[in-house]
Design a protein around this ligand. Structure first.
Ligand SMILES: Nc1nc2c(ncn2[C@@H]2O[C@H](COP(=O)(O)OP(=O)(O)OP(=O)(O)O)[C@@H](O)[C@H]2O)c(=O)[nH]1
Ligand SMILES: [Mg+2]
Length: 196
């Protein structure tokens, strides 16, 4: 048997799949987008990581993630089969202002987005939420919990991010498949119950 098949048993789409949905995974610099897509993807995820240089220190704030050495320069891509019929295609989009042109393409055909947020820098989430609203894309928010990040109640986070009452808010650890899947399910359920 082909060795690629042995190491990646989920590489091929199940024949029962009837619905494929494109979702964006967005958020500010270093919030965990690449980690999230990598944790969940059943195919080898596409990453476009490049080493960060001193020049980037002025625009990409490394406080809180001092060990970070690379950043995504285009996008992350992965696939997750949620059940026999439904497959999710995940597109991780960088949130920095200089990538907004890329968003024109990334948002094409997307049904919604998961906004990853970090309680150490909640204010930095406004830019991506604003972009999603400009593109008319519904979203859910998942707080990606870092060990040294402050803990706030859902009500406080909702208020700080100025979320609508119906916007789902969940907590996840982008390195953990279970909690990351739950975050995506919260988004998919929200998309399903929204009026068309
Ligand atoms: N403790 C903790 N660390 C995390 C978590 N998610 C990501 N990290 C770490 O945080 C750093 C940033 O993660 P990335 O996945 O590269 O973040 P990103 O949003 O893709 O970053 P950019 O593409 O550069 O904007 C890495 O060192 C990860 O190992 C998490 O849930 N908990
Ligand atoms: Mg990244």
């Amino acid at each position: 048997m082909d060795s690629a098949l042995v190491s990646e048993p989920a590489a091929y789409l199940r024949p029962t799949v009837r619905i494929s949905v494109k979702l964006l995974v967005v958020g500010h610099f270093a919030v965990g987008k690449t980690t999230f897509v990598g944790t969940l993807s059943e195919i080898r995820p596409l990453h476009t990581e490049e080493k960060m240089t001193q020049a980037g220190a002025l625009v990409d704030d490394l406080s809180g993630v001092p060990e970070k050495t690379t950043t995504t320069v285009a996008m992350d891509f992965g696939r997750l089969t949620l059940n026999d019929q439904l497959v999710l295609y995940l597109f991780g989009a960088p949130g920095q202002q200089r990538f907004t042109r890329l968003w024109q393409d990334m948002t094409q055909g997307a049904l919604g987005a998961l906004v990853l947020a970090d309680t150490r820098r909640l204010d930095q989430s406004f830019e991506v939420m604003g972009l999603l609203e400009e593109h008319g894309l519904p979203y859910a928010v998942a707080v990606n919990h870092f060990p040294d990040a402050p803990f706030y109640s859902d009500a406080d986070i909702r208020e700080a991010l100025d979320l609508l009452p119906e916007t789902p808010l969940v907590t996840c650890d982008a390195r953990d498949a279970r909690s990351s899947t739950q975050a995506l399910i919260a988004l998919v359920e929200y998309l399903q119950r929204r009026p068309r």
